[in-house]
Design a protein around this ligand. Structure first.
Ligand code: ZN
Length: 434
């Protein structure tokens, strides 16, 4: 028997309800499930960034996002498609969502473009790509299929075939509105946090297509762009993007509860205000080396704002600074994920004075030439100490008893244009030996 198009639509509709409709009746409070899907991973790095690659940025933001939800909501279960740097096939990602009856599926990605000036965020919902540009993003995010072993798992979807389009429209109409509403919330929050939004778009992503839940794919920005790529690699940038996602989720969840008559029952976990540890600052020491690396060096694996202190003939490398135990633990986890397995927490007593004749100075110049006091090379820095080492003359500014004062002097020297200046531990006017 030949089915008419109308019959086909009805049939698809029935199938759709049979397969997926049950979920909405089975949902009780206590089990709003969000599946967070950090894109790419393992052998698939995703887009290459100016500082950090897509797979690392999105994993980091995803873990932060999930953790924030877990800390705030008792009635939300967070499931990740991956929590480490592993390769996952696209169908596995959606399977995780479907198996767990997700109420929301959020796939997190970063964009890249040949045109390095391209920037901004965008959030996709399942649909038929309306523009060439959107098709390009879909092509790139789907391209991982080529890395997978069983490509036959992916049915052909031809956006030009009206029947296929109708079939998908039916299948996703129930979730489409919710997907679009969450996508809009996400983009609105990005804008509030000073990002440039390219808007909510529709595209045929496999990872969205096979989802039996509201599903969005968020592009956090273009990591091929110098500014945005750098921003997304910093602690600050990742935090800011996570907070936007969180606020969007708060609003989505509130609306979900309201629609499901759960408003009165909503219990938020009491917010525990964490006390800072008095008188101490935590930093992560991740490297000790006889080599002095520049801030952009590959050895630092994209960590930004690294502090370097020379003591004797080794350089110690520190990342981050906090007096909150939770942040300290997060920083350590982050640095370890970056590949510094031996990283540990270094505790600094605030304003602790060095003992005896010990003091910190700022090395800002090393040269084969011997310069006189107030040489033009010093950029106006006064009372410069010169130390001869081998054939080299090393030039130092200032002298301070506390690390905090040394940081201030370092800043002053860097502002004079000596960007590679660093802190060195001295014993009187001599470099320390240990
Ligand atoms: Zn991606």
């Amino acid at each position: 028997m030949r089915l008419t198009r109308i019959n086909k639509q009805i049939l698809l509709g029935i199938l759709f309800i049979a397969f997926f409709g049950v979920n909405s009746f089975a949902q009780k409070k206590q089990n709003f499930v969000i599946v967070i899907d950090p894109g790419h991973g393992g052998k698939d790095p995703g887009a290459r960034g100016v500082v950090e690659d897509e797979k690392d940025i999105v994993l980091d933001v995803s873990l932060r996002f999930g953790k924030m939800i877990e800390q705030k909501y008792k009635d939300v279960k967070v499931i990740y498609t991956r929590k480490t740097d592993v390769f996952l096939e696209l169908w596995e990602r959606t399977q995780i969502a479907n198996r767990n009856h997700a109420n929301l599926f959020v796939s997190i990605h970063c964009n890249a473009a040949g045109n390095r000036s391209a920037y901004g965020t965008e959030t996709f919902v399942m649909g038929v790509a309306r523009s060439q540009e959107t098709m390009e993003v879909a092509k790139r995010e789907n391209s991982v299929i080529l890395l997978e072993d069983n490509q036959e798992k992916y049915q052909k979807f031809d956006p030009n075939d009206p029947e296929a389009v109708i079939a998908f429209d039916i299948m996703f109409s129930a979730y489409k509105d919710q997907s679009i509403s969450f996508a809009k919330l996400v983009e609105d929050e990005f804008v509030k946090n000073n990002r440039h939004s390219r808007g909510v778009k529709q595209a045929n992503f496999h990872v969205l297509r096979s989802n039996a839940s509201p599903a969005v794919l968020v592009e956090l920005g273009f990591i091929s762009n110098q500014d945005e790529g750098t921003f997304l690699s910093t602690e600050y940038g990742k935090k800011s993007m996570t907070e936007s996602l969180m606020t969007a989720f708060d609003k989505f969840k509130k609306e979900y509860d309201r629609k499901n008559g759960l408003e009165e029952e909503v219990e938020e976990k009491p917010k525990v205000v964490e006390k800072p540890v008095a008188g101490k600052t935590f930093k992560i020491q991740f490297l000790v080396s006889k080599n002095k690396y520049s801030p952009s060096s590959e050895q630092l694996k994209g960590l930004t704002g690294v502090e370097i202190v020379q003591a004797g003939d080794v350089y110690k490398y520190y990342y981050g600074s906090t007096n909150l135990p939770s942040e300290r633990d997060e920083l350590l986890e982050y640095v370890k994920r970056k590949g510094f397995k031996d990283a540990f927490v270094a505790e600094f007593v605030n304003n602790e004075k060095l003992k005896g004749k010990e003091n910190y100075r700022i090395q800002f110049l090393a040269s084969g030439s011997r310069y006189r006091d107030r040489d033009n090379k010093f950029g106006g820095l006064k009372n410069v100490l010169r130390v001869k080492r081998g054939d080299m003359h090393l030039y130092f500014y200032g002298s301070s008893k506390t690390y905090e004062d040394a940081q201030k002097q370092l800043k002053l020297v860097q502002d004079k244009g000596f960007k590679n200046a660093f802190i060195v531990l001295f014993d009187g006017e001599k470099l320390t030996n240990n």
